[in-house]
Design a protein around this ligand. Structure first.
Ligand code: NAD
Length: 262
């Protein structure tokens, strides 16, 4: 299937590795011109070079903007480099785990900044241009924690659910202009973030990280973790020309881990 996004401009945040990188790869493989963002220039440039090689045959261009996307300055740099994006993938690192009794107001503000207000600011800066051009695809990388909260990730549960509520409203106001906003909810995907979460959970449970990883893998109906490439492919489809009638959705990618019928 041709996703119809060759030549479109995509801004992909949190994209030096993991799920954000996989989204950038999948979009570039479809011929989209991608701007990737992460904080560490050397890692980001390496990733950009690798995606350029991978997508060379498609005509995609790849530019790297090293900045902290959770700051106004970082967002200004990213948006200046990408210009008027047709596709926006919001993503940043998840908040740290812990017990809510230990969190101060500043911890909550940091989580809200990174996982709720940054996506909202990026949407605010880009959505009207998308409306004017009659095409826009916005995908927020959130978490399965929106559907089923994770006990040690209260900051993530709270901040991401705030974003989800906002998107539920706005997505209905822009879809008539062929601009869609959807959220992709990762369950366990094989990335550095998953490894550090399991290491933390193992410590709390008095297990080794390997034991925790093995037991979580076994407990998943798919008997494995997702691969970033699977996540990227789903993101690229959501960004395609085929999804104009799909908006405000929360798409869970978790190997069937969430046990509900719907
Ligand atoms: P990761 O740690 O592997 O990669 C995160 C990427 O974001 C990196 O490129 C990092 O450099 C970049 N980044 C982090 N903070 C940034 C900032 N302030 N500015 C710019 N770039 C920044 O994480 P991942 O596994 O790819 O997860 C992506 C998101 O999905 C995270 O929010 C994570 O909490 C969430 N999530 C992941 C899983 C999973 O199983 N991997 C499950 C649920 C939710």
């Amino acid at each position: 299937m041709d996703l119809g996004i060759r030549g479109k401009k995509a801004l992909v945040c949190g994209a030096s590795k993991g799920l954000g990188r996989a989204c950038a790869e999948a979009l570039a493989m479809e011929g989209a011109h991608v701007t990737i963002v992460a904080r560490t220039a050397a890692d980001l440039e390496k990733t950009a070079g690798e995606i350029r090689v991978m997508a060379a045959a498609t005509g995609a261009t790849v530019q790297a903007v090293a900045c902290d996307i959770t700051t106004p300055e970082g967002r200004a740099l990213a948006l200046a480099a990408c210009g008027e994006p047709d596709i926006l993938v919001t993503n940043a690192g998840g908040p740290p785990p812990g017990d809510f009794r230990d969190w101060e107001r500043s911890d909550w503000i940091a989580a809200l900044d990174a996982n709720m207000l940054t996506p909202i600011e990026l949407i605010k800066a880009t959505v009207d241009g998308m409306i004017a051009r009659k095409f826009g695809r916005i995908v927020n990388i959130t978490s399965a924690a929106v559907k089923a909260p994770l006990s040690n990730l209260g900051l993530s549960n709270g901040a991401r659910t705030g974003l989800t509520g906002f998107v539920a409203g706005l997505s209905r106001q822009v879809v008539a202009h062929n601009v869609t906003i959807n959220n992709l909810l990762p369950g366990p995907f094989d990335t550095d973030r998953l490894k550090s979460n399991f290491a933390n959970m193992a410590k709390t449970a008095g297990k080794t990280a390997e034991e925790m990883t093995a037991s979580r893998r076994k407990a998943n109906p798919a008997k494995r973790f997702g691969t970033p490439a699977e996540f990227g492919a789903c993101c690229a489809f959501l960004c395609s020309t085929h999804t104009s009638y799909m908006t405000g959705q929360n798409i869970l990618l978790d190997g069937g881990d969430y046990p509900g019928t719907m």
